[in-house]
Design a protein around this ligand. Structure first.
Ligand SMILES: *Cc1c(COP(=O)(O)O)cnc(C)c1O
Length: 435
C-alpha cells in the first residue's frame, strides 16, 4: 500500500512560499527547488528521518531526492547526527587546522586510490572551479572541454549547455558569463569519443583539461557507453591533457570509490561534493601529487576558503564515510535500486506509457521518451509535461521525486523493502492516471 496522504493539501507551504517570494529571488535558494518544471509550488520541509520527509502541512513522503544525493544514509542518521552534535560542542570554526581535516583526507584517499592529495572546499561548484584553475595552471593552457548536458556547478566557464536546472529552465548559457569564458570552453556531445578525438587532432595541445561526469547525472541519468571513458583516458594521456572526473554526484555513490572504481579508470583529478559532506556543505578536489602540489601554499595556483575544512562539516563527512566502509551497504543499495528500477519500468509498461529507464547503482531515472537515451539530445527528447503529471501524481501519493525530468532519483540505505514496494505501487497508480 502506498502511504495514503488523505486530503492532500499544501496550503501552509503555499502560504510560506508567497512570503518567501517577497524576500528571496523566486522564493528559493537554488532554482530547481522552485517546482517550475513541474508546475505548482514547492513543499516546505519540516523534518526528515530515515527515508522520509515531512512537510509543514504534515504530509509525509518517501524521499528520493535525499538532498540531491548527499544523504546516502538517509535523513538524520543516528551516528552522523551524534558526531555533528559532538563537534558543535567543541566550537564551530577556527580558521586554523584541526585533526579532523587530516582524518577526512585519509578516508577519501582510502576510498579513491587515484587521489594522492586532496583539498577541502565548501561546495561542488568550488571544487570544479578550483580543479579547472589548477589544471590550467599546471598545463599552462587555456581550453577546457566539457560535454553537453554535464553539470559542474555554476562555474562561469562551465555554465554552457550545463544540464539540470539550466536545461529545465531553457537557459543554455547564463547571461553574465563573459564571452572570453565561452570562447575558452569547448562543448562536445557526451558519449562520443570521436568528437573528442577530432577536436584534439586539431587543437589538443591547447587543451588544459577535459572535465566530465563519468556517469552523467544532471540530464537524468546517462551511463557512459562501454569503452568511452577508456578512450578519453587514452586521448588525454596522448595530448597531456588533465582528465578531471567530476564525481560530486557519483563519488561514494555508484560504488565506494565512485565511477572511477566502477569502470576501472584513473583520472588525474577528481572533484567531490554531496556525499562527502554527509548533508553539510563540503566539496573537495584531489588527485596526483604532482598536480596537487601546484596549489598554494606549496605551489603558485591560488585557492583558499575561510570555512574550508570546517570542523562540523568534517565531522559529518567523516561519520558518513566511516559508515560507508561497510560494503554491505552498497550490496543492499544495489539490490533495492534494481528492484525499484524494475518496478518503475513495469509500472510504465503495464500502463502503456513509453519510457526509457537508466540506472547506475543507486542513481536511477525514468525518461518519458520512446528513444534510447545516451546523450543530451536524446535525453531532452523526453516529454517534460508528462513527467510533470507523473511527478505530481507521485507527490500526492506520498513519494517525493525530483521536481524535474532531468534529475536522478537517489536510493538511500534507509529505504527498506516495504518503502520500495510502496513506491512501486504508487508509480503503478500514477502511471495509470496519465492521460
Ligand atoms: C551537484 C553537482 C555539482 C555542484 O555542486 P554544488 O555543491 O551544488 O555546488 C557539481 N558537479 C556535479 C556532477 C553535481 O552533481
Amino acid at each position: 500500500m502506498p502511504p495514503v496522504t488523505k486530503n492532500f493539501t499544501i496550503s501552509k507551504s503555499n502560504e510560506v512560499f508567497k512570503e518567501a517570494l517577497k524576500h528571496i529571488p523566486g522564493g528559493v535558494n537554488s532554482p530547481v527547488r522552485a517546482f517550475g518544471p513541474v508546475g505548482g509550488h514547492p513543499i516546505f520541509i519540516q523534518s526528515g528521518s530515515g527515508c522520509r520527509i515531512r512537510d509543514i502541512d504534515g504530509n509525509e513522503y518517501i524521499d528520493y531526492v535525499c538532498s540531491w544525493g548527499p544523504l546516502i544514509l538517509g535523513h538524520n542518521e543516528p551516528y552522523v547526527a551524534r558526531q555533528i552534535k559532538a563537534a558543535v560542542d567543541k566550537g564551530t570554526s577556527f580558521g586554523a587546522p584541526t585533526e579532523l581535516e587530516v582524518q577526512l583526507a585519509k578516508l577519501v584517499k582510502e576510498f579513491m586510490p587515484s587521489i594522492d592529495k586532496v583539498r577541502m572546499v565548501n561546495s561542488g561548484t568550488e571544487a570544479t572551479m578550483s580543479a579547472i584553475r589548477l589544471a590550467r595552471g599546471f598545463t599552462r593552457r587555456d581550453l577546457v572541454i566539457k560535454f553537453e548536458g554535464c553539470y559542474h556547478g555554476h562555474v562561469d566557464g562551465l555554465l554552457i549547455k550545463a544540464g539540470s536546472g539550466a536545461t529545465t529552465l531553457g537557459v543554455p548559457t547564463s547571461p553574465g558569463v563573459p564571452q572570453g569564458y565561452i570562447d575558452s570552453t569547448i562543448i562536445l556531445p557526451f558519449n562520443d569519443s570521436n568528437a573528442v578525438e577530432n577536436f584534439c587532432r586539431e587543437r589538443g595541445k591547447e587543451v588544459a583539461c577535459i572535465i566530465l561526469e563519468p556517469v552523467a547525472g544532471n540530464m537524468g541519468v546517462v551511463p557512459p557507453k562501454p569503452g568511452y571513458l577508456e578512450k578519453l583516458r587514452e586521448i588525454t594521456r596522448h595530448y597531456s591533457i588533465v582528465l578531471i572526473f567530476d564525481e560530486v554526484m557519483t563519488g561514494f555513490r555508484v560504488s565506494p570509490g565512485g565511477a572511477q572504481e566502477l569502470y576501472g579508470i584513473k583520472p588525474d583529478l577528481t572533484t567531490l561534493g554531496k556525499v562527502i559532506g554527509g548533508g553539510l556543505p563540503v566539496g573537495a578536489y584531489g588527485g596526483r601529487a604532482e598536480i596537487m602540489d601546484r596549489v598554494a601554499p606549496v605551489g603558485p595556483v591560488y585557492q583558499a576558503g575561510t570555512l574550508s575544512g570546517n570542523p562540523v562539516a568534517m565531522s559529518a563527512g567523516i561519520a558518513t564515510l566511516e559508515r560507508l566502509r561497510d560494503k554491505n551497504i552498497y550490496k543492499q543499495l544495489e539490490k533495492k535500486s534494481q528492484c525499484l528500477a524494475e518496478g518503475f519500468e513495469k509500472s510504465a509498461r503495464d500502463a502503456g506509457v513509453k519510457t526509457y529507464h537508466t540506472r547506475v547503482g543507486s542513481m536511477l531515472c525514468t525518461f518519458f521518451t520512446k528513444d534510447t537515451v545516451h546523450d543530451y539530445k536524446t535525453a531532452t527528447s523526453s516529454d517534460t509535461k508528462r513527467y510533470a503529471r507523473y511527478f505530481n501524481g507521485m507527490l500526492e501519493r506520498g513519494v517525493y521525486l525530483a521536481p524535474s525530468q532531468f534529475e536522478a532519483a537517489f536510493v538511500s540505505a534507509a529505504h527498506n523493502d516495504s518503502d520500495i514496494e510502496a513506491t512501486i505501487e504508487a508509480s503503478c497508480q500514477a502511471m495509470k492516471d496519465l492521460p
